[in-house]
Write a protein that binds this ligand. Sequence first.
Ligand SMILES: N[C@@H](CCC(=O)N[C@@H](CS)C(=O)NCC(=O)O)C(=O)O
Length: 230
Amino acid sequence: MTLKFYFHPLASYCHKVLIALYEHAIAFDPIIVDLGDERSSAELRVLWPVAKFPVLRDEARSCTVAESTIIIEYLDAYYPVGAPFVPPNGDLAWQTRMWDRFYDLYVHEPMQRIVGDRLRPTGHKDPFGLEQAVAQLARSYAMIEKRMQSSIWATGEAFTLADCAAAPALFYANTIVPLGIEHPNTRAYLERLMTRPSYARVLEEAQPYFGLFPMERKPQISRPVRAANQ
Ligand SMILES: N[C@@H](CCC(=O)N[C@@H](CS)C(=O)NCC(=O)O)C(=O)O
């Protein structure tokens, strides 16, 4: 197979690209990487010494593509099927990129920071960083809540790159800092994302690994967006 996808089924940024691959039914060779295992991660490190995934290797074009957003743009450019994930021009193009950045930087990143703090050894915790991450998530939830009052997907009617970014970011953020009763639009949006066949499949494939999630609250597929105080 010409496309090799290096990923882990539990890894949130890998979910973002898997959604795009499944949306467009693009065939690929799945290569599960265990970063904790020297042999398993060696191949990834040769391709992309940053040693973060997802990474796409396109043997047909001799290209190694890293960074979830760039991989999805690459799929649009070289494996186009149906509507592109980044609309080609006009307001929708910059809006899609802006909301992709928003979900990565202001939902996904603080969510990862909270999980990362959990993994830090005693004596190396970052309570101030943790506080900042929780405050950022609260601001982001409020922004999403307002925006999703009148929108089905992140940028309107079409499912785009921004929704690929939103799905894992919101799914894991909601596991750690649950959406509340003040976020009905965001909860409904997350439910739409989780029941969309592409992401439902990603979550089903991730489910066997949910026990490895390093927080007390484990991700759940069933009754996904029930508010903590309901
Ligand atoms: N900006 C990167 C972020 C990739 C990333 O953070 N990947 C995580 C998994 S979700 C990872 O590789 N973590 C392993 C590590 O940091 O050692 C992207 O969009 O692909």
